[in-house]
Design a protein around this ligand. Structure first.
Ligand SMILES: Cc1cc2nc3c(=O)[nH]c(=O)nc-3n(C[C@H](O)[C@H](O)[C@H](O)COP(=O)(O)OP(=O)(O)OC[C@H]3O[C@@H](n4cnc5c(N)ncnc54)[C@H](O)[C@@H]3O)c2cc1C
Length: 385
């Protein structure tokens, strides 16, 4: 079996296939969690709140169990190690429309994930350094938190290799599907990989590797994240004292939109890299290989304006760093998991759409069932849906 792509989707898929007994070779053009990949950077939010998209709440609940098991196995669940899944909770702030929060409740309950409404005044008492101005509803998800991103990807591949998997650095320039199956892949430097099954978890490159089958079904969008420096010795801004936060409101560029709320979100700490602030609004189309990854002054100004609004005590905090990453968006933001329409032994796995990282272990388990046990794929993940 060959898995192409060692990001959050491919790395976990390779590991789960290996644990199910398959002989697996994992190939990546650059390496797990590398700086151009969608799994790059320090951290990703892990949450179960998904509005009425219950399939993702169920999947997130399973992923959380698997992240915890992975931490326990790696010895990361105890000090002095930072766990790969850090549970500091997720705080949702809604200004106006809180339908997303309300719709999340039933799926969360069904998945056994605790979630509670907080009175904004109660929230203010608990986190006095957050300004809840304009916030009309607050939801708190206690079991949520964040995952280490690039480092978790690296560790997954290390675990995969330690458990008998084969990992190579190599680039698959194209996929020669002829007839009803795929027999082999030839890497750019000439090596040939033969297998009975192939999984392509190529993130934002999936469309260019399969121009006819995937093509523009996946669009890479430019996303900027900023890391601000918090005051010396002030633990209030660290994950020990502060949850992950997500702020949904109609504001700025979205103020005139009919039905789209703008989501700002952030993660405290980031393995000491700073206080992360990011806008989830989908940016312009981006080339993941050659695109320039310097942040824009406009996005920085917007991030700082948001900081001033919600975290006034650090409104003038110095910028410590920034990241330009890309979402690999499907048009409906559902994942893509399906068989290649011509080659039954080739599988396409991607379309994380800005929310896929947390699901890595559950995706790996899911794809393993689909590939090895011919389990059916949910309709929402199919190429044609
Ligand atoms: C800024 C940002 C914030 C995000 N926030 C969150 C969040 O808070 N929570 C969350 O759950 N998700 C979040 N996401 C989404 C999540 O990170 C991605 O959906 C997920 O990491 C995608 O993983 P992947 O394995 O599909 O893709 P990638 O990580 O891009 O991995 C694909 C791999 O395939 C390799 N590859 C591609 N083509 C080839 C080829 N031809 N030959 C060999 N190798 C190849 C690449 O080198 C790469 O390593 C965020 C994403 C971004 C960019």
């Amino acid at each position: 079996m060959v898995v192409v792509g060692a990001g959050a989707f491919g790395g976990w898929t390779a590991l789960m296939l290996r644990r199910a007994g398959a002989q697996v070779t994992l190939v990546d053009a650059w390496g797990p969690g590398h700086a151009r990949s969608s799994s790059s950077g320090e951290t990703r939010v892990i949450r179960g709140t998904y509005g009425d998209r219950a399939i993702y709440t169920t999947m997130a609940a399973r992923a959380m169990q698997l992240w915890k098991a992975h931490d326990a196995q790696a010895g990361r669940a105890r000090a002095p190690h930072t766990p790969f899944f850090h549970r500091n909770g997720a705080l949702w702030m809604f200004s106006g429309d809180d339908a997303f929060g309300r719709a999340s409740l039933e799926p969360m309950q069904a998945a056994g994930l605790p979630v509670e409404w907080l009175d904004p005044a109660e929230a203010k008492a608990r986190w006095p350094h957050i300004s809840f101005d304009g916030v009309t509803a607050v939801l708190f998800e206690a079991e949520a938190g964040y995952a280490l991103a690039r480092r978790a990807c690296e560790h997954v591949v290390e675990t995969f290799v330690a458990e008998g998997g084969g990992y190579i650095v190599g680039h698959v320039p194209h996929v020669p599907v002829e007839g009803a199956s795929l027999r082999a892949l030839t890497l750019e430097r000439g090596e040939t990989l033969q297998a009975d099954h192939f999984v392509f978890a190529c993130g934002p490159w999936l469309g260019s590797l399969f121009p006819d089958v995937v093509g523009r079904r996946i669009r890479a969008s430019r996303q900027e994240s900023f890391y601000f420096g918090t005051p010396a010795g002030d633990a209030r801004w660290l994950p020990s004292h502060m949850p992950v936060w997500l702020d949904m409101a109609r504001r700025g560029r979205q103020a005139d939109a009919d039905d789209t709320a703008q989501l700002y979100y952030g993660i405290p700490g980031n393995a000491h890299r700073g206080f992360k602030v990011a806008d989830d609004t989908y940016g312009p189309t981006f080339d993941p290989t050659h695109g320039d990854r310097a942040h824009t002054p406009e996005m920085l100004a917007e991030a700082r304006a948001f900081l001033r609004l919600r975290f006034p005590a650090i409104a003038d905090a110095p910028l410590l760093g920034s990241e330009v990453c890309q979402y690999e968006l499907t048009s409906d933001t559902h994942f893509l998991i399906d068989q290649h329409p011509a080659a039954a032994n080739a599988w396409l796995v991607g379309g994380g759409s800005g929310h896929g990282f947390k699901m890595g272990p559950a995706i790996g388990e899911y794809v393993t069932r689909v590939v090895l046990e011919q389990a059916p794929v949910d309709a929402v993940f199919r190429l044609v849906r």
